[in-house]
Design a binder for this molecule. Structure first.
Ligand SMILES: [Ca+2]
Ligand SMILES: [Ca+2]
Ligand SMILES: [Ca+2]
Ligand SMILES: [Ca+2]
Ligand SMILES: [Zn+2]
Length: 430
C-alpha cells in the first residue's frame, strides 16, 4: 500500500511546491494554498489579533531545532474561564510530512471564530466549550518539508539524528534532488531482467511483468547518490524517530516498535505537547489529524488492551456522528489496522482520560476520473505493489491529466549516476 500512496500523494506535494508565494495573511483565512511553518504561526497571530477577547496564543514549547510550537485557545470569557469548561483539543501534523492536518486545525479555528454569533451551533460550541488548537506538533518536520526537496514521506521524523545503518555516521546519506526540481522522485535503470516494463497503453506507466517473463526496468528507489561512498544509496536520511511512537502509554522499544526512540518522550517537542495537554484536565475529547485513509480511529491500538464497554459506547456516539459529516470515511479501532505502541491517542485516553480520536485525512480512492465515485475502486492485497494494478495506475494518470493538470507526473530524465559508472540511469517522477 505504501508504494501506491507515494504515487498518489504527489498531487498534494506538487501543489505545495507552488505555494511559496508570500502574501499578507488576512482573516478570514483562505485555504487556497498550504501555509509553511512561518505562515501557520502568522495565521495564528492574525486570528489572535482579530479576536483578542476570544483567543489566547501560547508557546507550548520548543522543538529539537528550537522552533516554537504554538497553541491557540478559543474561549468566550463572558461564559466563564476556559479551565471550567469541557475542553476540546485538536492537533495536527505530528508527522512532519502530513501537512494537510495543520490546515484542518487552522480551518477549525477560523470557522469557530468567524462563524461565532452567525451560526447557531458554532456559537453554542464556543460558548459552552474551551477549544485548544495546536496546528503543528512537528514544527521542524513542517519547516523542512517546505524548505527542502521532499518525497511524500520525508521530514516526518522528530529531528534527532539517528544512525540507521550503524556505520558510525548520523543522517549522512539522505536522498538527493539530482535534477533540482524540488521533489525527490524515483530512479529506474534499463534491465532486461527487470521486474517492470512500460504499459503499452500509456508509456508513462510502469507495470509489473508476469513471473518468469522478461522486463525492461529495475526500480532503484528514491533519487539520490551515495553521499558517504559506502556502496549504499539513501540508506540514512534524517531521523528516524517517529513522533507518534514516542508517548509514554504502552511504549515499546525499537525491536518491538519501529521508529521508537531510546525512551518515551525523548522528543522535547512531544514532551512539551504532552505536558500542555496534561495540564488541562478539563479536556474531554481530542482529535489528532494525520494522512491518510479516510478514517476516524479510536483506541486501542493493541489487542492486549481491554476497554470498558461504556467507554466504547461513548466513543461510538462521537465516531458515528463523525462519519456522517465526512462521507466515505469509516470509524473503527486503530488495532484493526496494525498494532502500534507509544502513540498519542493511547496517552490521551489511558493517562489523561480524554476520548481521543485520530482523523486520517485524504482518500486515495477519491483520486479517480471515474464517473461514479460513490464506490471505491476494488483493491486487492497485491494492488499495493507498484505496477501491480495497471488499471488503477491508468485511472490515476487520467486524474493527473484532467484534474491535477499534469502535476502528478514528471517525464523520466537521463542521469549519469556516479555509482552506476558508465551505465545510463534514468531519473523520473512517479
Ligand atoms: Ca549512518
Ligand atoms: Ca528531483
Ligand atoms: Ca552510510
Ligand atoms: Ca551511502
Ligand atoms: Zn501520521
Amino acid at each position: 500500500m505504501k508504494q501506491i500512496l507515494i504515487f498518489t500523494l504527489l498531487i498534494s506535494f506538487a501543489i505545495v511546491a507552488k505555494s511559496e508565494s508570500k502574501g499578507k495573511i488576512e482573516i478570514p483565512l483562505r485555504f487556497d494554498r498550504y501555509y509553511n511553518y512561518d505562515e501557520v504561526n502568522e495565521a495564528l497571530k492574525a486570528l489572535n489579533k482579530a479576536y483578542p477577547e476570544m483567543t489566547k496564543l501560547e508557546v507550548v514549547g520548543k522543538s529539537e531545532e528550537g522552533r516554537e510550537i504554538y497553541a491557540l485557545t478559543i474561549n468566550n470569557s463572558k461564559t466563564g474561564e476556559a479551565s471550567g469548561k469541557p475542553g476540546v483539543y485538536v492537533d495536527g501534523n505530528i508527522h512532519g510530512n502530513e501537512i494537510q492536518a495543520g490546515e484542518v486545525c487552522l480551518y477549525y479555528a477560523n470557522m469557530l471564530l468567524t462563524k461565532y454569533g452567525e451560526n447557531e451551533k458554532v456559537t453554542k460550541a464556543v460558548d459552552r466549550n474551551a477549544h485548544y488548537i495546536l496546528p503543528v506538533v512537528n514544527v521542524d518536520g513542517r519547516y523542512h518539508f517546505f524548505a527542502d526537496a521532499h518525497t511524500p514521506s520525508s521530514s516526518r521524523s522528530i529531528r534527532i539524528p539517528k544512525d540507521d545503518d550503524n556505520d558510525g555516521l548520523f543522517d549522512e546519506d539522505a536522498p538527493d534532488d539530482l535534477d533540482g526540481d524540488g521533489s525527490i522522485t524515483q530512479m529506474r535503470i534499463k534491465d532486461p531482467n527487470g521486474e517492470y516494463k512500460t504499459d503499452p497503453d500509456d508509456p508513462r506507466i510502469l507495470i509489473r511483468v508476469e513471473p518468469g517473463k522478461k522486463g525492461e526496468y529495475t526500480l532503484l528507489g528514491s533519487e539520490g547518490i551515495d553521499n558517504d561512498n559506502d556502496g549504499k544509496l539513501n540508506e540514512d536520511a534524517e531521523g528516524y524517530l517517529d513522533p507518534n511512537r514516542d508517548w509514554g502509554n504502552n511504549w515499546m522499544p525499537r525491536y518491538v516498535q519501529s521508529g521508537a526512540g531510546n525512551f518515551p518522550f525523548s522528543g522535547v517537542g512531544i514532551k512539551a505537547v504532552s505536558e500542555y495537554i496534561m495540564n488541562r484536565p478539563n479536556i474531554i475529547v481530542a482529535f489528532s489529524f494525520h494522512n491518510s485513509g479516510g478514517m476516524w480511529l479510536r483506541v486501542p491500538s493493541d489487542k492486549s488492551i481491554i476497554i470498558d464497554p461504556s467507554d466504547i459506547a461513548a466513543y461510538d456516539v462521537i465516531g458515528k456522528n463523525a462519519i456522517k459529516i465526512t462521507p466515505g470515511y469509516v470509524y473503527h479501532a486503530s488495532l484493526d489496522l496494525y498494532p502500534t505502541y507509544g502513540d498519542s491517542d493511547g496517552q490521551l485516553f489511558f493517562n489523561y482520560g480524554i476520548f481521543s480520536f485520530v482523523g486520517e485525512l485524504f482518500q486515495q480512492e477519491q483520486q479517480t476520473y471515474r464517473e461514479k465515485t460513490d464506490k471505491p475502486a476494488q483493491r486487492s492485497e497485491e494492488s499495493g505493489r507498484r505496477g501491480a494494478n495497471p488499471d488503477e495506475a491508468r485511472e490515476q494518470m487520467k486524474f493527473n491529466d484532467h484534474l491535477a493538470q499534469g502535476e502528478m507526473y514528471k517525464e523520466w530524465l537521463t542521469y549519469n549516476h556516479p555509482l552506476m559508472a558508465k551505465l545510463k540511469l534514468v531519473v523520473g517522477l512517479k
